[in-house]
Design a protein around this ligand. Sequence first.
Ligand code: G3H
Length: 540
Amino acid sequence: MTDEIFHSIFPRPEMVPAAYAITSPLQQGRYLCDGEIRTWSGPHQDVLSPVHETILDTIQPKLIGSYPLLTEEQALEALDAACRAYDHGRGAWPTMGVEERIKHVEAFAFRMQEEREHVVKLLMWEIGKSLPDAGKEFDRTIDYIRDTIDALKDLDRVSSRFVIEQDVIAQIRRAPLGVVLCMGPFNYPLNETFTTLIPALIMGNAVIFKPPKLGVLLHQPLLEAFRDSFPRGVINTINGEGQKVIGPLMKSGRIDVLAFIGSSRVADSLKKQHPRPHRLRGVLGLEAKNAAIILQDADLDHAVQECVLGALSYNGQRCTALKMLFVHEKIADTFIAKFSEAVDKLQIGMPWDDKVQITPLPEPNKTGYLTQLIDDARSKGARVVNQKGGRVHHTIMSPAVVYPVGPGMRLYTEEQFGPVVPIAAFADIEEPMNYVTQSDYGQQVSLFGTDPEIIADLIDPLVNQVCRVNINSQCQRGPDTFPFTGRKDSAEGTLSVSDALRAFTIRTLVAAKETDTNRRIIKSIITERRSRFLSTDFIF
Ligand code: G3H
């Protein structure tokens, strides 16, 4: 019998609001290579939504579409196309002026915006993201593109000056690196892919882009916009199984930058396949196990509110999610009671339901995996402390608060990436501090407390363990102009609107000893506007 909290949760097809219904599956069947959208007649992968439907009293996964399962051959064609477009840095795109490249990206953003409704709907069906969060993901991506354009204009304005040092005159700019392979994660399939793809493109690189395993179809509405907005071969898409299509690209040695958001295990295996690893630059966003430390004097209501958001927004499927809470033992009972109550109030439902917070999980058998983590903790002395916690109905799990979680339990160290919140009580601040220090991950931490002296004492050692210390605030990536990175197994390189422009480029300069001849040559090049690199043109 269905648990009452899941009663009638998966809708009958006619109950899905018309604006969000998928009436016929989206058979993608196409991919973008060398400036043309090619039709694929080979095998396809069906896409089943985690958002199930009730049909004649049975709950069934809904088929929402399919995408091409390309092979090594098409992957290498995409690589050839990107290499041709880049042409060892001599292609039209890498040598194009910045202002001109910006126009292409603006044209793309304009076309992309027309597809908002389509993409948001697919985000809900493919990865179970709630309607407001899916809308936010789309809008945040458009803002990211605009901010990137503004940041590039600033960067270019600064670089349009000459530097004279020790009788050498130079102009220093940032130049592209080559062919970039961009792969984003399933939890932000649009946003996190575009936070690498857009800066890589705008800086003059050629890109091959593979959507994540989940969150593929939502890229289909953008294929034509990509084709029409960029010169041939500058952007190419590939679909298919990672091992078949990505392995050959890495082994070719012709990928110059790997921009990958996912697990460190996959990142390592991809990097190892490159025959000349010193030529490969990595821009990696990897896993994390961010801790919250709730001190004895914390404002509990506020800490509860931030920790619920931090641990359970989008079902806890964020790399920045709070994945382990440490609460001072003197306030542990009160905190846990308040936290559990707040968690049990979260609304479970379909992505388009009003005020929904907990939605179906897209990864295959994710509820089974999370149940194993909870069972492991239970077998070692922890329990699920919230009334409704850990109940499973097909692809949905009601969020579970597990306490007391300690060393030796999988939940203590493993990144759960789902709606399970492990809590430990501490007597000595060294316990959570050691946890953070010993962790394999080093992304962020949240501190909850009110005494500036105690907080200051913790900040100084913590900033050498992680890359962002949040005070009385959940962990998060935004604002996107802030540096987003991590230590240890959590990241390689830094992303932010301006850092990403640097990540996909290398500083390059034209320099000359200050002689009359050289002055004359440089002056002539500039006044006659003979070079796009050596130029004092100013972008307004
Ligand atoms: O999954 C990792 C994302 O970068 C987190 O971004 O903190 O804005 O949700 P967010």
